[in-house]
Design a protein around this ligand. Structure first.
Ligand SMILES: Cc1cc2nc3c(=O)[nH]c(=O)nc-3n(C[C@H](O)[C@H](O)[C@H](O)COP(=O)(O)OP(=O)(O)OC[C@H]3O[C@@H](n4cnc5c(N)ncnc54)[C@H](O)[C@@H]3O)c2cc1C
Ligand SMILES: N[C@@H](Cc1c[nH]c2cc(Cl)ccc12)C(=O)O
Length: 516
């Protein structure tokens, strides 16, 4: 039986893989995880997709188990500030787009323009976030009736199985290092062997497959399947097996980040329950509220600004609270390994691929990869079809997200300096120019977005196009001939429902004090 797995790397990717495999296979799988005591994990990665709930559920963990241990908060959207013009913002929320008479509500919005805020008019979430509310009532119930956790379709599904069903209303923010620690305890308790040591060498057999990894103090570690979770280094996949890395930088030039962890009195500050991405002169700054601090960082392109200037900008942005916070400068490798599974080695996490964290896709990539690897787990015969299916699925997810992120820059109205002017003239990933043309005629739908699963539904594209404001969008001509009353009623219903929810939902901070 093929069941001996060696994981190299103990960052988010390594521990998520180890714990998920244990939950999936129990004692039938034999896992050794080796991580360096000297090379640290990247230490960022604090915002997620809502789908991550399937990961925790698969492990049998409840929010009340893991959230307090990871200083976690709820994320109801990404809030984009100043991408269109100074002072402007909009949300990309976790809320399904409604449709009226076969047209998405956003299409009706273009026709009727109830206000200048598509997000407030079309989604309940925008006002709930503006008001700093929790998506759960103090008794733990979810905000409203369409979300029913006990519904059969929410139970026991993996992320892949849940695809296309109800949109869950929130994701999480958490402290990456604390999550890795929490999951390591989970995995070790269930029998994962944990070795803290440096991998110095990777031994290959005559076919070029990995036969062992050589550590500094624990000798050779052998397995059937090797998972490379060594981060941007790609020690096994890219170095030992020499799998090439395909860069996305011609579309996405941001190649660096500087991160700060800023302790704050969150009770006084309050929690805005979303990730904020604020456009800057050469990139953007993320702001992520946790229970005891704010995580923040500037993602930028070295071609336009130096690391020192980026650090100055970030410190100024945060203000005096950042004075004692230590800067973590990170060089980002943007793109993907040509194949993430090569021979008996699978790269998961940053070794497999990474795009800038604008839509918090890093942990989603990991979760997706793990689910796919479980579904395509190799047997004794190493049927290459499993490997090929896996590689295809991972490539599609990363290429789709590459395209989605490029849309943010290509359609942002901001063009007040060279960095932002250049975002309009960069090469686009193949097929995107044609799709952008289609979206000018008809808002994105399943037929006209990137055609393979990549985690983002068409409504996410609608939000970005309507919010960024750089391309002209028109309502479907059919709407001029249609009865406008049903859509007007829907806008009014959203307004009323939102008003009520803002009234009755607790403040996000208060909810977490209860949870802790
Ligand atoms: C600036 C930035 C912001 C991000 N923000 C988000 C976000 O908001 N949301 C999101 O989902 N994702 C985000 N990500 C991505 C997220 O951080 C990663 O996907 C996640 O942390 C996974 O990292 P990893 O485990 O692959 O690598 P790492 O965290 O780098 O871990 C590498 C591991 O390999 C080990 N290692 C390395 N070399 C050796 C060796 N020779 N021997 C033994 N062990 C070794 C190290 O000790 C470490 O344990 C962000 C990434 C960056 C760079
Ligand atoms: N199915 C994913 C994708 C998604 C749907 N809406 C949003 C909003 C944001 Cl900010 C990120 C991601 C998503 C999910 O539910 O997480």
């Amino acid at each position: 039986m093929l069941n001996k797995v060696v994981i190299v790397g103990g960052g988010t990717a390594g521990w998520m893989t180890a714990s998920y495999f244990k939950a999936a296979f129990g004692d039938r799988i034999d896992i050794t995880l080796v991580e360096s005591g000297t090379v640290g994990a990247v230490g960022v990665g604090e915002a997620t997709f809502s789908d991550i709930r399937h990961f925790f559920e698969f492990l049998g963990l409840k929010e009340s188990d893991w959230m307090p241990a990871c200083n976690a908060t709820y994320k109801l959207a990404v809030r984009f500030e100043n991408w269109r013009e100074p002072g402007h913002y909009f949300y990309h929320p976790f809320e399904q787009m409604r449709s009226v008479n076969g047209f998405p509500l956003t299409d009706w919005w273009l026709q009727q323009r109830p206000s200048d805020r598509f997000d407030k008019d079309c989604f309940a979430m925008a006002s709930i976030i503006d008001a700093g509310r929790s998506p759960r009532h103090l008794n733990g119930a979810l905000l409203d009736t369409p979300y029913d956790e006990s519904a059969e379709e929410m139970q026991g599904l993996t992320m892949s199985e849940h695809q296309g069903r109800t949109q869950f209303p929130y994701a999480y923010h958490f402290e990456a290092a604390l999550l890795a620690k929490y999951l390591s305890a989970y995995a070790v308790e269930r029998g994962v062997r944990h070795i803290v040591d440096d991998v110095r060498d990777v031994e290959l057999d005559e076919r070029g497959w990995i036969s062992s990894v050589r550590t500094a103090e624990h000798g050779d570690i052998t397995g059937d399947l090797y998972i490379d979770c060594t981060g941007f280094r790609g020690l096994l996949l890219n170095k030992a097996l020499e799998e090439p890395f395909l860069s996305f930088q011609e579309n996405l030039p941001n190649d660096s980040a500087i991160a700060l962890q800023v302790p704050m009195d969150m009770e006084r500050r309050g929690i805005l329950p979303c990730t904020t991405a604020t456009a800057q002169d050469a990139g953007w700054i993320w702001t992520i509220p946790l229970t005891g601090r704010v995580g923040t960082g500037y993602v930028y392109a070295r071609d336009y600004i130096s690391p020192d200037e980026a650090e100055r900008t970030l410190r100024e942005f945060v203000g005096p609270a950042a004075a004692d916070a230590e800067a973590n400068h990170i060089r980002m490798r943007i793109g993907r390994s040509r194949n993430s599974w090569v021979k008996n080695c699978v790269g998961i996490g940053l070794s497999s691929g990474f795009v800038e964290p604008l839509e918090s896709t890093g942990i989603f990539f990991i979760h997706h990869a793990i689910e796919q690897l479980v579904n395509n787990f190799p047997g004794e015969d190493w049927n290459p079809a499993h490997r090929d299916l896996y590689n295809q699925s991972v490539a599609h997810v990363m290429e789709g997200v590459r395209e989605f992120l490029t849309v943010h820059y290509a359609t942002a109205k901001r063009a007040d300096n060279q960095y932002w002017r250049d975002t309009k003239t960069r090469p686009l990933p193949e097929g995107l120019a044609e799709r952008l043309e289609k979206w000018k005629t008809q808002l994105p739908n399943t037929e006209t977005v990137y055609p393979y699963y990549h985690g983002l539904p068409p409504y996410s594209y609608m939000c970005v196009l309507l919010g960024m404001g750089g391309i002209e969008l028109n309502p479907s001509p059919a709407l001029a001939l249609s009865d406008p009353r049903a859509a007007a009623r829907e806008f009014e219903a959203i307004r009323q429902k939102t008003e009520k929810l803002v009234d009755v939902l607790p403040a996000a901070y208060d909810y977490f004090t209860r949870l802790g």
